[in-house]
Design a protein around this ligand. Structure first.
Ligand code: CMP
Length: 156
């Protein structure tokens, strides 16, 4: 049975500098996903080390923390049925120049490090990442006017 879940998205510094915030939000809205959290924030070293804990032994870890903390980012939480894999497909694979045409990275990116956007890899990662950036009162539950034409009754 499909399940409504939430996922965390960051527009990375290169995505911010490239002016892609609106484009990214537009793509998720058009898909039928629901925005339930949105803020601009400069993430601290501690927040980023926790966010990227799985990469702590990688050679690029320090550069990644420095890169992601250099300026304010836009952080979002999106909701929908099977939201995590849906958003990952819209984002595309890590390396921009190999990412599928039609995906965000496939349409706008060429790089591995400068890959424009982060999206949670699993429901567990999503819960952890959302908690790093958002407080409970910054996340919202509401009924979208178009939900009845986005999902059939037995899909939600
Ligand atoms: P993402 O997959 O969202 O999360 C881990 C990030 O590390 C990845 O995006 C890239 O931004 C970055 N990354 C991955 N591989 C490299 C690399 N070889 N050098 C620098 N950064 C990288």
């Amino acid at each position: 049975m499909p399940r409504t879940t939430r996922t965390a998205v960051l527009v990375k510094p290169d995505g911010m500098q490239r002016g892609l915030i609106g484009e990214i939000i537009n793509r998720f809205e058009r898909k039928g996903l629901k925005l339930v959290g949105l803020k601009m924030a400069q993430l601290t070293d501690d927040m980023l080390k926790s966010w990227y804990a799985e990469h702590q032994d990688k050679h690029f870890f320090d550069d990644l923390i420095q890169f992601m903390g250099q300026m304010p980012l836009v952080a979002m939480v999106w909701e929908g049925v099977e939201c995590v894999p849906v958003v990952r497909r819209l984002v595309g694979t890590t390396l921009g120049r190999e990412a599928e045409a039609g995906s965000i990275r496939g349409d706008f990116g060429m790089s591995q490090q400068f890959n424009l956007i982060h999206a949670s890899a699993s429901d567990e990662d999503a819960r952890r990442e959302i908690e790093i950036v958002f407080s409970d009162h910054e996340l919202f539950s509401y009924t979208g006017a178009m939900e009845c034409v986005i999902y059939a009754d037995d899909e939600v």
